[in-house]
Design a protein around this ligand. Structure first.
Ligand code: UN1
Length: 465
């Protein structure tokens, strides 16, 4: 039995769940193998109808699902609602893809012969999803997996499985046949049993580099496909021509939205020296307006972290930076008073930050933003690229030459100009480079189908020469 506490007040129990054993995982894979036979033969347009119907159910149920997500994971209820609608939009996009099962067709080299391509499902695929987007990330893996005709065994994070269960309930209520989606809840033994099951042809993972690397090794060792969306340490570069107030608003929303618990959150602000002081002042003014509080309180801007363990890790990283010479110009600690019972950390801006600090070199998953001065655009790009990661990156400037120099040279799978580092449209590809990429496969957009299907080329001799 899994018992989850409300991150806004850990004295309260938010939810309890039955957990699964390795034997349950094996049984789930067995049922999914049966589901894959049936769903793989179901025509794309019929698969699409189920995805559309599930999207409509999520839209109807958005308020209730959002409240449950907030109680369990902590995020602002408005964000939880937007995330639920985003999951619906993702289902609709991939429903469209299932309606367009187009390939290529043309003359083969031999006379009287037609050649065409089609995409075939892989069979059973496994999805391992994190807690920070508890419904959107399961949706953006499930939707293309199902659109392509696979059966799925989904393992949501034990820190917040509720969103994934709500998504699967909507799919089942929309008419998804038995065995096409199985959910398993559990820890490492459940994960390794799933990764090792010979029926699992592919595994898509979003989460930390440490776990992702271990899962990739197991899955690839037996020749199955692996897709990974791993960590990030996303830079926002601010050039000297930028308006400090506008740049600060972009930085603060990117760094502290969802309390910084997005793999795409802004972790480092790299600013041209001339704008360093004005930008810091503008960021502090912007942070002053943010209210830290429970996600269910409509007045809150910065919700708690997912649990007390996450809070301790983030506070430890802040202490390490302060010990190494950083200065907290905003936040730097947990709040006092009633909020002490929750997993809160005040939005923290660290000046005088530099290499050797965990917040600069690695991924610290919380509301902490390091600000680093640089001499110019080339030094900014060098600093921005100086981590093992390469997920998202952004630049704030109206200088076209500087902006394009950045786009050309930044090691990032997603680049924003005059926008915060987070955010991803369902119809565009999502993924990183370097240590952020678990594989070359992209998620979202049309690209998502490549991971979940394989191309078959068919030659038909229909006439004798
Ligand atoms: C976003 O930027 O809105 O785990 C999505 C994560 C990412 C999703 C970010 N895979 O935070």
């Amino acid at each position: 039995m899994l018992t989850l506490h409300d991150p806004a007040d850990v004295r309260q129990i938010a939810a309890t769940y039955e957990t699964h054993t390795p034997a349950d995982v094996t049984a789930a894979c067995e049922r999914a193998a049966g589901g894959a036979e049936l769903w793989g033969r179901t025509p794309g347009p019929r698969r699409a109808a189920v995805l559309h119907a599930a999207a409509a159910l999520l839209e109807q149920r958005a308020d209730a699902i959002a409240a449950d997500i907030t109680r369990e994971e902590g995020k602002l209820v408005a964000d939880a609602r937007a995330e639920t609608l985003r999951a619906a939009a993702v289902l609709r996009f991939h429903a469209g893809e299932a309606e367009r099962t187009h390939g290529e067709a043309g003359d083969a080299g031999d006379p009287g012969t037609l050649a065409y391509t089609r995409r075939r499902p892989l069979g059973v695929v496994a999805l391992v999803t994190p807690w920070n987007f508890p419904i959107a990330i399961p949706a953006w893996k499930l939707a293309p997996a199902l659109a392509a005709g696979n059966a799925v065994v989904l393992k949501p994070s034990t820190r917040a499985p509720g969103g994934a269960l709500a998504l699967v309930a909507a799919l089942r209520d929309a008419g998804l046949p038995e065995g096409v989606v199985e959910v398993v809840i559990g820890g490492a033994d459940v994960g390794t049993t799933l990764a090792d099951d010979a029926r699992v042809a592919a595994l898509s993972f979003t989460g930390s580099n440490a776990v992702g690397d271990a899962v990739r090794e197991r899955v690839q060792a037996r020749g199955a496909r692996f897709q990974g969306e791993l960590g990030g340490n996303n830079p926002l570069v601010v050039l000297a021509d930028a308006d400090p107030a506008r740049a600060a608003a972009i930085a603060v929303s990117g760094a502290f939205g969802a309390a910084g618990q997005k793999c795409t959150a802004t972790r480092r602000v790299i600013v041209e020296q001339r704008l360093y002081e004005p930008l810091l002042a503008a960021m502090v003014a912007e942070v002053d307006r943010l209210k830290t509080g429970p996600g269910l309180d409509a007045a809150s801007h910065v919700p708690p972290l997912v649990d007390k363990e996450a809070q301790s890790e983030v506070l430890e990283a802040i202490e390490q930076a302060l010990g190494a010479g950083a200065e907290a110009v905003a936040g730097g600690r947990a709040p006092d008073g009633e909020l002490q019972h929750g997993a809160f950390v005040l939005p923290t801006v660290l000046a005088q930050a530099g290499p050797g600090m965990t917040v600069v070199d690695d991924e610290v998953f919380g509301p902490v933003c390091a600000v680093l001065p640089v001499g110019g655009v080339d030094e900014a790009i060098e600093q921005a690229n100086a981590t093992p990661y390469g997920l998202s990156a952004s630049i704030v400037t109206n200088d076209l030459r500087g902006a394009f120099r950045f786009v050309e040279r930044i090691d990032a799978g997603m680049v924003h100009v005059n926008r915060p580092t987070p955010g991803a449209d369902p119809h565009m590809p999502f993924g990183g480079v370097k240590g952020s990429a678990g594989s070359g496969y992209r998620e979202q957009g049309r690209a998502a189908l490549e991971f979940f299907s394989q191309s078959q080329t068919v030659y038909v001799q229909h006439d004798l020469p």
